[in-house]
Design a protein around this ligand. Structure first.
Ligand code: NDP
Length: 445
């Protein structure tokens, strides 16, 4: 590593000693953008790298709420306002017991470059809490969301910071959060959150956008190689928002998704996933993938396992960070996988990414391939600003175009830097360059 870049990296390691996920995300970006920084003396003089890896603002707060038995519970809330060079901070909220400062910072850091790739004029941020929604009643979720928003409301706004959903935060939680923001601010500020209900400011196709966009991106990658998804078997992990709509879109292109998972285990359904049953089990009944398996004639639930041991042509990790390791990539490659595209954020470990790239299968980093969700959130903000709601097909067409533009930009940038076909280098450099140029324009802040 170049000496000046190494110095910045070492300082970041020392400053954030207990943040492994954040350090992992920083390292991945630095490794990719090194040639760009070496070539740009103006970036070096302005200490762009040192500034971009330090969040503009980090907010941590206590969230106290009462459960149904009137016991007081205490959680921790976070909002990382990472970079506003391109527009208001934008990024989801995650409610999961695994949430830490490190997790929220890695997600916020990734979000900066993802949002830049969308070309939609949005900065990067992320937030959440170690609140675990599993097993909580509706009333408990509502009280938690209200307590969380009571503090968060001081820091957000349509032109300031616009949160959305992520793991554990779906339509129900966004509704409770928006209701409390409205009560506190006494304003109906639709643009303050995205992922809203369709009859109060939400965008059609936002629910579907991340999964649909992921599959559009994967299909474009295959298209570059003269391949098509039709008839291919698809391994999907997760069973939430991203996984469900990736499955739906892949089916619409004639592919056959054959797996889902959650934190209790994996399901192999050789007949192809029944996406309507999946929605019923997960979205309506709030059940587990084992409940899905029980209602399918040939499906197997494999407790404690992941899906990567099943044979397939395409792998779409759509659950969480570091859910695929090097050995699992080796198994996938041995079983004939042609493409891995990330639906989740940072689902592959660094060693898994190396293994995928070394084996010459196609690999797409999440900041490019899962950017469809946030891109459509930006379209929701545009509709809110214009007091309008576009038809589904208009949003979907815009989403498709954005994903294909990102795909092209990744390939062109990778080519420019002597790494043809390397989507990781292309995505990191293309995103970083947009942010860095805006930071240069805006002076030392
Ligand atoms: P959901 O909460 O809807 O679903 C998450 C799924 O992942 C659930 O099936 C969950 O199972 C599983 N999961 C979570 N943690 C673990 C774990 N430690 N081990 C195994 N399975 C786990 O979230 P989303 O679908 O919205 O998000 C999935 C991923 O996609 C995340 O990485 C998110 O950051 C990313 N993403 C989401 C976007 C969106 O628009 N929603 C946009 C871009 C990226 P369980 O219920 O058992 O925890």
């Amino acid at each position: 590593m170049h000496a000046d870049i190494e110095k910045v990296y070492q300082e970041s390691l020392q400053r954030n000693p207990t943040q492994p996920e954040f350090q992992q995300a920083v390292r991945e970006v630095i490794d990719s953008v090194e040639p760009l920084i070496i070539a740009r003396k103006d970036y070096q003089d302005a200490e762009i790298l040192a500034r971009v890896i330090e969040p503009e603002r980090q907010i941590m707060f206590r969230v106290a709420w009462e459960d149904d038995q009137r016991h007081v519970r205490v959680n921790r809330g976070y909002r990382i306002q990472f970079n506003s060079a391109l527009g208001p901070y934008k990024g989801g909220l995650r409610f999961h017991k695994s949430v830490t400062l490190s997790v929220v910072k890695f997600l916020g850091f990734e979000q900066i470059f993802k949002n830049a790739l969308t070309g939609q004029g949005i900065g990067g941020g992320k937030g959440g809490s170690d609140f675990d929604p599993h097993g909580k009643s509706d009333s408990e979720v509502m009280r938690f969301c209200q307590a969380f928003m009571t503090e968060l409301s001081r820091h957000i706004g349509a032109d300031v910071d616009v949160p959305a959903g992520d793991i554990g935060v779906g339509a129900r939680e966004i509704g409770y959060l928006f209701g409390q923001y409205k009560r506190l601010s006494n304003r109906n500020e639709a643009g303050v959150l995205t992922g809203k209900g369709l009859n109060w400011g939400g965008s059609l196709a936002r629910t579907e956008a991340t999964g649909y966009g992921l599959v559009t991106f994967a299909q474009a990658m295959l298209g570059e190689q003269g391949l098509d998804m039709e008839g291919m078997k698809v391994l999907v992990s997760g069973s939430g928002n991203v996984a469900t709509y990736a499955i739906e879109k892949a089916q619409s292109l004639g592919a056959k998704p054959i797996s889902i998972s959650d934190s209790s285990g994996a399901v192999y359904d050789p007949d192809g996933i029944d996406v309507e049953l999946l929605k019923q089990v997960k979205q309506v009944e709030r059940g587990r993938v084992s409940d899905y398996a029980q209602r399918r004639p040939n499906a197997q639930f494999r407790a404690g396992e992941r899906v990567w041991g099943i044979a397939g042509d395409i792998a779409l990790p759509c659950a969480t960070q570091n859910e695929m390791n090097e050995a699992e990539v080796a198994t996938l490659v041995k079983n004939g996988v042609k493409l891995i595209a990330e639906g989740a954020n940072m689902p592959l470990t660094p060693q898994a990414i190396e293994a995928a790239q070394a084996s010459h299968i196609l690999y797409a980093p999440g900041k490019a391939s899962n950017a469809g969700g946030v891109a459509t959130s930006a379209l929701e903000m545009q509709q809110n600003a214009g007091l309008t709601q576009w038809p589904f097909v208009k949003v979907e067409n815009r989403l498709d175009k954005i994903m294909l533009d990102i795909h092209r930009e990744c390939l062109e940038t990778a080519h420019e830097f002597g790494k043809p076909g390397d989507y990781l280098v292309g995505a990191n450099i293309a995103g970083f360059r947009k942010v860095a140029d805006a930071m240069l324009d805006q002076g030392i802040i």
